[in-house]
Design a protein around this ligand. Sequence first.
Ligand code: GLP
Length: 261
Amino acid sequence: MEVVVVPTKKDGSEIVGGAIADLLTRNPAAVLGLATGSTPLGVYDDLVRRHNDDGLSFAQAKGFALDEYVGLPAGHPESYRAVIQREIAERVNFAPGSVHGPDGWAADIPAACTEYEEAINAAGGIDLQILGVGTDGHIGFNEPISSLASLTRIKTLTEQTREDNARFFDDDLSQVPTHVLTQGVGTILRARHLVLLAWGENKAEAIRATVEGPVTSMIPSTALQLHQHATIVVDEAAASLLSDREHYKWTYENKPAWQGI
Ligand code: GLP
């Protein structure tokens, strides 16, 4: 695991945008794992800038969203399908039909989950997965006690997560769905590079546990410790509870230039 501590979320978003640009330059048909929430928005802005100014192309790339609510009306602006379209897919040149998400409207939910896993595998697997983290350590919508081997399936949100996400639903908890579809922790661990981002003090405890705590399904983000190539990009506030923070900074500042993140 590598921990990159940056002064601001803009700095972190540019580092991640740069890593995605490098990936697309090496492999224009790369498969990107796209996350929702407020955390990755700066990365998407950075990618749009690189697309507009530098000609970064997504024409051959594919995208897979991490998760989706169950029970929202089709086309709801806060459905993750709509968010991913609005925040990144429509702003760059993904080919029509190349950005996918779990089908929270399916009549047969288990079949839709199996099909989603198959679609990721058929695309060759995810090359780089962007992740945020919930205050309880959830990744995607894998809430505490999610199996570390889990695949895409239906989950029930915790009250904490529903409260955290109420801001996207007019601060009205009753509008926040109770159920979701999410890539499993096992699905996420199959991606070739995991890049988890966190900004601000309210993520500091989740980041401490993710990086320095024991691996436990009670805090699903700790599963990143099992991955061969996991990068944690955090601002100073999110890094504030890391006991070895200075060592991580020194390591990043002194790594070989060719290595990237
Ligand atoms: C949401 C999403 C996660 C996201 C997390 C943090 O519920 N399902 O993918 O990482 O919560 O959200 P935010 O980035 O807004 O803090």
